[in-house]
Ligand binder design. Sequence first.
Ligand SMILES: NC(=O)c1ccc[n+]([C@@H]2O[C@H](COP(=O)([O-])OP(=O)(O)OC[C@H]3O[C@@H](n4cnc5c(N)ncnc54)[C@H](OP(=O)(O)O)[C@@H]3O)[C@@H](O)[C@H]2O)c1
Length: 384
Amino acid sequence: MPRHKSIAILGATGSIGRNAVTVAMGLPTAHVWCLSGSSNLELLCCQADQCRPEYLIAADPEAAEQFEFPEKWRPRVRVGEDALVWAASHEDVDTILAAIVGCAGLASTAAAIDAGKTVALANKEALVVAGQVLLPRARETGAQLIPVDSEHSAIWQAALAGRKEEIERVVLTASGGPFRDWTRDAMRQATRDQALAHPTWEMGPKITIDSATMMNKALEIIEARWLFDLHPEQIVVMIHPQSIIHSLVEFRDGSVLAQLSPPDMKLPIQYALSYPDRLPGCAARLDWSQMWTLQLSPADRARFPALDLGYAAARRGGTAGAVLSAANECAVQAFLDGELGFLEIVESCREVLEQHHFIEQPTLDDLFAADAWAREEIAKWICA
Ligand SMILES: NC(=O)c1ccc[n+]([C@@H]2O[C@H](COP(=O)([O-])OP(=O)(O)OC[C@H]3O[C@@H](n4cnc5c(N)ncnc54)[C@H](OP(=O)(O)O)[C@@H]3O)[C@@H](O)[C@H]2O)c1
C-alpha cells in the first residue's frame, strides 16, 4: 500500500509550486501541511482554499504586512525566513517540496536535511551552492534528496536499473533554449522578451533566462555532480530540441537507459512525491499514434560558454558553485531589469568566478559569505 505523506510545499506560488499543488491535490496519499509564497499572497490564499493546509507561510515580511489575509487563515499565517526553516523541520512534515527560486531556498532545504526529512528538490541552486556540505549532512541524518529537476529525475529513474559503480556516464539533455541556433553576434542584441520565449517549457523567469544562456545546464552539471557523486568528466550535455528524452544513463557494459515523457513538470514532481511508488496522475502522456523524431547533438560550448563555467565550478567544488550561482542570479535580474546585455550575464559571471577568494572546504556560513560577495561584485559590474 502506498504510504500517506504530509507535505510542505515551499515556493507554492511559483511555476513548480503551482504544478505541485495540482499534483498533490490529485494524489490520494498526499496531505498538504503547509504552503509558502513570497510576493503573491493572493494566490497563496486561493491555493490554501483549495488544499486546506495547516499553515501558510509568507516569506517576505514586507509583503505580508501590506496584505490583508482573510480571517479564516490569519491565525495560521507565519512570516519570514525563520518560518520556512520552522516548517521544513517540523515533526508533522514528512516531505518538503523545495521550490523556492535561488539561494533563498537554501536555509529551509538545509533545515529539512538536518531534520532527516525527505526533500523533493526543485531548488537546484541549493545544491549548486552547498552540495558539498548538504550531501554529507544528508548521509548523517538519513535525509533523502529526490530530484524534481526533470533531467535529474530521469537520471535517478534510469540509475535504478543498475548499481552506482556500474554507471560510466550520464547524459544531460538540453532543449537549447530560444537561441539554440543563434550566432553570438545575434545573441548580443537579444531582448528580454526573446530570451523569455522558451520553445518547450513554461517556467519562472529566472530559470527561463538560465535556459537561454545555458547557465541552467551549467547549474545542472554541478547539481548532478553532487547528487549522484559523479566526476564532472562523467557528465555529458547533449542538445535535444524536443525535450522528450529527459536524460540518459550509460552503464559500463554500454547499455544506455533513458526516461521519456512530454515536457510537463507534473510528472517529475509526482514521482518525487510518490517515490518509491508510481501512481496514476495528471501529467501529459506521449501520443503513440503519431510519428516522433527525436534529435540529439553535442552542445556547442563556444556559443554557450556558460557550460565551461559549470564544468569548472563542478571540478573545483568549495565556494565556486556559490559564487557562480549568486553572480548568475544577480546578473539575470540585471538583464531582466534592462541593466545588462544578454551576453554580459555569462561574461560577468566568468569574471567574478575568476576573481573570487576560493575556499576548498567551506562551512555553510562561508558559502553565504561567498554568495554575498559575488552579489556585490555583480553590482559593481552593473554600475561600471
Ligand atoms: N519551472 C520549472 O519548470 C523548473 C524546472 C526545474 C527546476 N526548477 C527550479 O525550481 C525552482 C523554482 O523555479 P520556478 O520556475 O518555479 O520559479 P518561480 O516561478 O519564479 O517561483 C519561485 C517561488 O519562490 C518564491 N520566492 C521567491 N523569492 C523568495 C524568497 N526570497 N524567499 C522565499 N520564497 C521566495 C516565489 O514566491 P512569489 O511568487 O509569491 O513571490 C515562488 O513561490 C528554481 O530553483 C528552478 O531552478 C524549475
